[in-house]
Design a protein around this ligand. Structure first.
Ligand SMILES: [Zn+2]
Ligand SMILES: [Zn+2]
Length: 295
């Protein structure tokens, strides 16, 4: 039934987008984090007994896919992401400006295949709070960047850390939403390194890693490599944001995911965050529509 277990902490693997891996804590308080993995297994959990609390690590459709199956559970999220669960328009707003057709496409996708149902949090979770779930102790680790309210979850007794969408995948971190932050992503990855761990569990990809901070170092290094590739490209000539986006430094020539997600839009948003980051440090300046490397 589970793809990983340590004591009362269980991982349920999900498949492709819009799924992710779920974490389940089978304790006096039965807690499910990110109900977007295997629907059959998630329903089996409910058959075994009440799932008292449903937590979302953050507000993205590939983490709320089966939330609607847990309508009688208490719903807990970080306050910075809570608004995106309350109205589908708020979630689409996070994805940045798009034309009416694209926006309607997202709304249809969220309300249809992603089963988005507006939901108000019963409780707002905060970084640093420690929850006693029975025998298991769980610390909320606020790790903004991917989204403002993104949280990881640490289990000090088991030395397990669920990193959510700081997911250690080879492609590297995502910070392409309007309110994603490159700086916060770096700070959050750094923060995770301070937790002594035997195991890292992630929201996507391999799912289970030895708790060695080298995996976090490698993940963080993707950001440095993206920056280096961007600066290398600018060293050739001043470039516009369109030209930079077309380079596909992050996502290559692949242009969409799940029939809806335009990767060029994410590429553009993330490259713009890198450019802003470099400009703030005086390494790149803007000349009209062009970005110029400052030597
Ligand atoms: Zn996400
Ligand atoms: Zn995700």
């Amino acid at each position: 039934m589970y793809d990983f277990e340590k004591g009362r902490i269980k991982l349920i693997r999900g498949g492709r987008y819009p799924q992710c891996h779920s974490l389940f804590i089978d304790d006096g308080m039965r807690v499910l984090i990110d109900a977007a993995s295997n629907e059959d297994v998630l329903l089996a959990l409910k058959d075994q007994g009440p799932v008292h609390v449903l937590i979302n690590s953050h507000a993205h459709e590939d983490h709320l896919l089966y939330n609607h199956r847990f309508e009688s559970s208490e719903f807990w999220v970080h306050e910075k992401d809570a608004h995106a669960f309350e109205d589908v328009e708020n979630l689409v707003d996070c994805y940045g400006e798009m034309d009416d057709t694209a926006r309607q496409g997202w709304i249809d996708f969220l309300l249809g295949p992603c089963h988005y149902r507006a939901r108000k949090a019963d409780r707002l979770i905060e970084g640093g709070e420690v929850m006693e779930l029975g025998t298991v102790r769980m610390e909320v680790v606020h790790t903004p960047g991917h989204t403002p309210g993104h949280c990881a979850f640490y289990f000090p007794q088991e030395k397990v850390l669920f990193t959510g969408d700081l997911d250690l995948v080879k492609a590297g971190p995502y910070y392409g939403d309007l309110d994603s932050s490159l700086e916060d992503t770096i700070t959050s990855i750094e923060r995770l390194k301070s937790y002594p761990c035997d195991v890292y569990l992630t929201g996507h990809g391999k799912g289970v890693f030895e708790g060695d901070p080298v995996y976090l170092d490698r993940y963080q290094d993707c950001i440095r490599q993206r920056e280096a590739a961007l600066m290398d490209y600018l060293a050739g000539a001043p470039r516009t944001l369109d030209e930079i986006t077309d380079q596909g430094i992050i996502y290559g020539p692949k242009k969409e995911v799940g029939g809806i997600w335009d990767l060029a839009m994410s590429e553009r948003a993330m490259m713009l965050k890198h450019l802003d980051f470099l400009r703030a440090r005086g390494r790149v300046r803007r000349d009209g529509e062009h970005y110029v490397l400052d030597s």
